[in-house]
Design a protein around this ligand. Structure first.
Ligand code: 13P
Length: 254
């Protein structure tokens, strides 16, 4: 079986001023740097990317953005392009449910973004996940597979990308999915990758769980064989808690 390096990414969402970002990175960087055997990614708001990158210079901790436009440049007032991000970070979260919900991002837009990110040399963290009503209607698997397939349309080499399964009802609610439940859905996403590409590619792709992950529950997810790490929202804004999440991940996966 392919060895997948675990990954913990912190999605800061629309939190932290420059001053706050500086404090947060300064609080966690030494501790994070000491933890080996896991990839660590911080995803601050666009405006803090440059600062966070500078504060992490020479360290192994990577930087990611939370969104981007798919065009390289042009008349798209207020948008940020893959080429701009490439100067500042390695990762970019795409298709987050908050983008789909509040900013009307469609599967097709997410697909354009994933293609553009890969073309620019960025590593997309593609988010998929069902809403509560979809889950209650027994459609969770169907929704996740539809979102995944749509986002991957026309992509021949998805090897670098990361997928995050984030059930919408678990985000920011304190009501996380169970470890087994998340493992089962992530297994379905991996099967989808095997069908779309190959068993080898499916086994090599990292798939994370996201949705109310905390230091208290992360072990339940990381213990699962299909789950390669976590995309952490609220708990990534607390240095000590985020460090604990990363440390527990290594302890379990090694
Ligand atoms: P919470 O960890 O705050 O539930 O957020 C999860 C998330 O949306 C990460 O992208």
């Amino acid at each position: 079986m392919a060895m997948r390096i675990p990954l913990i990414a912190g999605n800061w969402k629309m939190n932290t001023t420059l001053a706050e970002a500086s404090v947060l990175v300064t609080e966690m960087r030494e501790g994070l740097e000491r933890i080996e055997g896991v990839e660590k990614v911080l995803c601050p708001p666009f405006l803090s990317l440059s600062l966070v990158r500078e504060l992490l210079q020479g360290l192994s901790i990577k930087v990611g953005a939370q969104n981007m436009h798919f065009e390289e440049k042009g008349a798209y007032t207020g948008e940020i392009s893959p080429l701009m991000l490439k100067e500042l970070c390695d990762f970019v979260i795409l298709g987050h449910s908050e983008r789909r919900e509040h900013f009307k991002e469609t599967d097709q837009m997410v697909n354009e973004k994933v293609k553009a990110a890969l073309a620019a040399g960025l590593t997309p963290i593609l988010c998929v996940g069902e809403r509560l009503e979809e889950r209650e209607a027994g459609r969770a698997e169907e929704v996740v597979v539809r979102q995944g397939r749509a986002a991957l349309q026309g992509i021949e080499s998805p090897q670098r990308m990361v997928i995050a399964y984030e059930p919408v009802w678990a985000i920011g609610t304190g009501r996380a999915e169970t470890g087994e439940g998340a493992n089962a859905t992530i297994g379905i996403i991996r099967d989808m990758m095997a069908r779309l590409y190959s068993e080898g590619i499916a086994q090599g792709i990292r798939i994370l769980y996201g949705g109310s992950v905390t230091a208290a529950n992360v072990a339940e997810f990381i213990r699962q064989p299909e789950i390669d790490g976590a995309l952490v929202g609220g708990a990534s804004l607390k240095a000590e808690e985020f460090l604990s999440i990363v440390a527990q991940t290594v302890a379990i996966k090694k």
